[in-house]
Design a protein around this ligand. Structure first.
Ligand SMILES: [Zn+2]
Length: 188
């Protein structure tokens, strides 16, 4: 397996898909490899999960420079693990993602009576997304999406939400519907 020294990325081809570097070298046992980019909260969970597996990982803060200038956390991490533990760490992420989806699905469905569409504008966009007419109720379709979504993810703090809510992305096929984790407002 080849390794890019700029990005610490394992590369299947002769060049790095991240930075285009063509002078790759063979990966060494002691190399830390780029595993994933993830949100703060996921990063903290991933870190403790990896440490339970006795895998030492490195988390580098990554994200919005404007937030950094304001003294806020950057919102995300780039995660690196030692090459010999790379494949195991990959499966840890898969488990973590699946767990998060079920947990978030449970929370959303338990609060179904609080769901509200944020604005008329959002309602119009949701109708368009689900191919609905003006007479159709939107919420049952959103319920359908939440029940079937293979991936529901916490995308982190919504910077405009006064209640410190997080953006929860519910993905079904090409469609993504967003919930606020505190107000249960729905947008597209
Ligand atoms: Zn690179």
């Amino acid at each position: 397996m080849l390794y890019c020294e700029n990005c610490h990325k394992l590369c299947e081809d002769a060049f790095c898909p991240e930075c285009g570097n063509e002078s790759l070298r063979e990966v060494k046992e002691e190399d830390y490899c780029y595993l994933t980019l993830c949100h703060e909260r996921t990063g903290d969970m991933l870190k403790s999960m990896l440490s339970d597996m006795d895998i030492s990982c490195i988390l580098l803060p990554y994200g919005d420079g404007a937030r950094n200038a304001l003294g806020l956390s950057l919102g995300g991490y780039k995660v690196y693990v030692p090459y010999p533990r790379y494949e195991e760490s990959k499966s840890a992420i898969a488990t973590l993602t699946a767990d998060a989806t079920e947990e978030l699905r449970g929370t959303l469905l338990a609060n179904r009576d609080r769901w509200q569409i944020r604005s008329r504008f959002s309602a119009r966009r949701l109708r368009k997304l689900f191919g609905l007419s003006k007479k159709d109720e939107i919420l049952p379709h959103i319920g359908w999406a939440v029940e079937r979504s293979p991936r529901i993810a916490d995308r982190g703090r919504n910077s405009t939400c006064p209640y410190q809510g997080h953006d929860i992305a519910v993905t079904v096929g090409e469609k993504t519907v967003w919930f606020n984790s505190v107000t249960f407002e729905i947008t597209v």
